[in-house]
Structure formats: structure tokens, C-alpha cells
Design a protein around this ligand. Sequence first.
Ligand code: NAD
Length: 266
Amino acid sequence: MTQDLQGQIALVTGASSGIGFGVAQALADAGAAVAINYHSHGEAAEDLAADIRKAGGQAFAVGADVADEAQIDAMFDSVIQHFGTIDIVVANSGLQKDAPFVDMTLADWHTVMNVNLAGQFLTAQRAVREFLRREPRPVSMALGKIICMSSVHELIPWAGHVNYAASKGGIQMMMKSLAQEVAPHRIRVNAIAPGAIRTPINKAAWDSPQALDKLLKLVPYGRIGEPGDIGRAAVWLASDESDYVVGTTLFVDGGMSLYPGFADNG
Ligand code: NAD
């Protein structure tokens, strides 16, 4: 068994920035051919694809709004046309629309649910259909692998972010229920729950020394995470090294989910 993803084909949604960008890069470094989905910032996705190809890998950028079923279908059709099939799908796209609960609009509730939860549902559904369509491939012990990008907020409540925390709580049970349903087909579904990772989504939490200082009080390990921390976890979850890991959320959070407020006797 190996963490080498040579010969495997991966799709990463929301890969033009942040964690998705880091995951796409890490999968390519491990030898996978990578389809880089973007919604906005097509240039960044094209640049990443060009860099991967320059380094000897295979990659292309594909636009789609993951909340739109027709666009999801078109994206999968394009990847299958380009690379033949898909072995690894990382459902990563996500966003925040934060507001105090009494001010949160229904539109902001729906936007977050549509992208974060329905978007991962549609992405995973189309992946499972593709895995079931074809024969097992010699490149992996599993028929296919899905990794859902969750958050520590599938566990930790988050005032002022009720829509976001609810979407990630939803990911937890969607992922586990789906994993239970498709494991008999040797499809492995798992999730990664990142803690505080340095990306555009949470820039205000790390881009000044004061903000970073406050953030690090929540991280026992004492540093902010980087997209590469999540990329390496994704490579492991996508590889045969984790072949017996099914329906698990891997927290990659420097200990953020260890209730650091209780470290000094609470
Ligand atoms: P980011 O803003 O850099 O990335 C989010 C990506 O999702 C972007 O590329 C964006 O274009 C894409 N996206 C948004 N709406 C989309 C849509 N409708 N269709 C397709 N793509 C869409 O932020 P990030 O931190 O890299 O976030 C990636 C994932 O990681 C999200 O699911 C987020 O909830 C999760 N996460 C991030 C952190 C963190 O600390 N950064 C922590 C926990 C979980």
C-alpha cells in the first residue's frame, strides 16, 4: 500500500483559493491527475493547472457553481471526457454569510445551505453515480473515495454563524449516512474538519497581530493551520493507506476541538 496516487483522477471543488487550492496541489504532488473546480477566480485555477502541468502532472480548470445541479452535471461530464473517469472527489466549496441571529436573512441562510450542504450533496451524488457506472480500477483498493470538507463547527457551536455551523453539522450526518449506504460497494466516504486555516474565508481572524493573538488562544498547538496541513490529510484519506477508514471525520485543528478554555481547570 502506498500514498502514491499515480494513475488516479481527482476532482476538487472550490480549488481556486485556500484549502481547495492546497488540496489540489497536494493531490497533484502525490501523482493524481486533478480537475480544479472554480466558481470565481478562474485565472487562479488556470494558473494552478498550468503550474501542475509544468511540473509534469496533469490538470485542468473547470468552472461550476456547486449549488446548481446542471452545472455539477456539466462539470462531471467535462472531467470524464477529459480524464476518462474519477477516483477521488473532494467536496470542498464553502462560504460564510455571518450575522447575529436576529438579523440573519432567509436569503443568507439559504445561500450557505445551498453551497455548503446541498453543494456537497450534489457533488457526492454525482461522484457515487460515476463510481457505480464503471468497473473497479487497479489504481486503488476502493471503487472510489469522497472527502467532504467539514469544519470544527460540525462540533463546536458558533454564535453569529448559525447558518454556517448548521451546514457543517449537516455535513457530519450526511457524510456518515452516505458512508454507511455506499460502503458495501467499496466506496469510502470520509470528512476533514479543519480548525483555523490561513485562507481568505477567515482573513480578519489572522491578518493583524492582535487578531492572530486572539485566535491562537483557541489553538492549543500554538500555530495557525496552513492549506498544506489539510492537503496532506486529504492525500492520506484518498490513498490506500487509509483503506479501512470509512465514515470518519478527521479533525485537523491543532487541538481546537479539545475545549482549550478548560485547560486551566475550566
Ligand atoms: P476560501 O474562501 O478560500 O475557499 C472557498 C472556495 O469555495 C472558494 O474557492 C470559492 O470560490 C468556492 N465557492 C464558493 N461558492 C461556490 C459555489 N457556489 N460553487 C463552487 N465553488 C464555490 O475558503 P477556505 O477556507 O479555503 O474554505 C474551503 C472549505 O474549508 C470550506 O468548505 C470551508 O467551510 C472549510 N473550512 C475552512 C476553515 C478555515 O479556517 N479556513 C475551517 C474549517 C472549514
